[in-house]
Write a protein that binds this ligand. Structure first.
Ligand code: PLP
Length: 423
């Protein structure tokens, strides 16, 4: 079996055999499949097995894999040289496109990953407010920068316990943790730290503890609390940006953040991130202002070409989001129905094309509730689906991503495989 051989070789020279932990399939107790190629909603492993893919590179492939227009843009850009370390026209086009699409973004800076986008946005928020403390939510993932790696799920008032070895106490001392969908937990942190909180950062839809939608009024409440306390509101739209709507979760829910971080979809499959927002805040960033942030490969011409091609397709295709969100509504309702009919304890959460099934009888609205899931059952479900040619996230606490390339026939086939599993 070639995936197994590659995994054995990989483990000898790459930590855990992978370049990002979830790829190792550790939480489903299997060896990972090594992927050779992908097209549309299909992905093929090195053995030649074909799967309907519901990961989509964890979000970027909203138009399906290897979209011809994106590939052509990449090929054309590559022929002119891969990197200059100098200003280019495509970067201007990209910034204008983003500012034109997302009203809260008046200025934007390109970086190379979602991690970098969040790290830089937090720095800008601290520089602008002159305050050090940041509020994040248990179960929200904001990349792997030191200050954001605070142990999730450790309760409302938990202060600064690093969630990773190698992160000094000092780096997370100013990171406060609140409970998702619980405005009182946020108010309590502001009361305990008056005049010290620079920003609240939130995934406007929780997508890294499984999918956890915001309850009505939660995001609006965060906006009001920040305004009342002179703090900034940062939406981490690395997953939700250009997915729930063209203007992201902020458009979908009608709440305007001060700063926004992007990644994943914005690069069309290339390594890209971005952070942007209010002009007065972004004017703090070097070389305009005193907040230093830089990048040798930032705004890379090939990456910009891929991102621009994908964003333009998203912008210019009529009804794309209405259709994609409707497909998500129908798919996740059908999934819910199958599990209900079979009497399987479950909670299907979804927003548009993002969703997941928790194997728990609880309603899941935060990290602690997500933790009640039967991960053994998820592992069995994952294994069954993979064996049926359906490639899901190899963890209970990740999302399923639908793309515009998923056909009604493929969605039906997927639901049939779920029916087999619960039979
Ligand atoms: C993936 C993700 C990140 C980190 O992005 P990378 O490109 O993996 O560094 C940050 N925030 C959210 C919400 C994410 O899903």
């Amino acid at each position: 079996m070639r995936s197994q051989e590659l995994f054995d070789r990989a483990r000898a020279c790459i930590p855990g055999g992978v370049n990002s932990p979830v790829r190792a399939f550790g939480s489903v107790g299997m060896a990972p499949r090594f992927i050779a190629r992908a097209k549309g909603d299909r992905i093929w492993d090195v053995e030649g097995n074909e799967y309907i893919d519901y990961i989509g590179s964890w979000g970027p492939m909203i138009l399906g894999h290897a979209h011809p227009a994106v590939l052509e843009a990449v090929e054309r850009a590559a022929r002119d040289g891969l990197s200059f370390g100098a200003a280019t026209e495509r970067e201007v086009e990209m910034a204008e496109l983003i500012c034109g699409i997302v009203p809260s973004v008046e200025m934007v800076r390109m970086v190379n990953s979602g991690t970098e986008a969040v790290m830089s946005a937090v720095r800008a928020a601290r520089g602008f407010t002159g305050r050090d403390k940041i509020v994040k939510f248990a179960g929200c993932y904001h990349g792997h920068s030191d200050a954001m790696l605070v142990k999730a799920g450790s309760g409302v008032m938990t202060q600064g316990i690093p969630g990773s070895s190698g992160v000094p106490q000092g780096c997370t001392r100013d990171t406060l943790t609140a409970t998702y969908n619980d405005l009182d937990s946020v108010k309590a942190l502001f009361e305990a730290n008056p005049g010290e909180i620079a920003a609240v950062i939130v995934e406007p839809v929780g997508t890294n503890m499984g999918v956890v939608p915001p309850e009505p009024g939660f995001l609006q409440g965060l906006r009001a609390i920040c305004d009342a306390n002179g703090a900034l509101l940062i939406f981490d739209e690395v997953i939700t940006g250009f997915r729930l709507a063209l203007d992201g979760a902020q458009g979908f829910y009608g709440v305007r953040p001060d700063l926004t971080t992007f990644g994943k979809i914005i690069g069309g499959g290339m390594p890209v991130g971005a952070y942007g927002g209010r002009r007065d805040i972004m004017s703090m960033v070097a070389p305009m202002g005193p907040v230093y942030q830089a990048g040798t490969l930032s705004g890379n011409p090939v990456a910009m070409a891929a991102g621009l091609a994908q964003l333009k397709l998203l912008r210019d295709t009529p009804d794309l989001y209405a259709k994609l969100n409707r497909a998500g509504d129908e798919f996740f309702a059908a999934l819910d129905g199958i599990l209900s009919d079979a009497g399987v304890p479950h909670c299907v959460n979804h927003v548009g094309s993002l969703g997941c099934v928790f194997f728990t009888p609880e309603k899941v609205g935060n990290y602690a509730e997500a933790q009640t899931s039967d991960t053994g059952r998820y592992a069995a479900y994952f294994k069954h689906m993979l064996g049926s040619g359906i490639y899901l996230a190899p963890s209970q606490f990740e999302a399923m991503f639908l793309s515009t390339a998923h056909t009604p026939e493929d969605l039906r086939r997927t639901l049939d495989a779920v029916r087999e599993f619960v039979k």
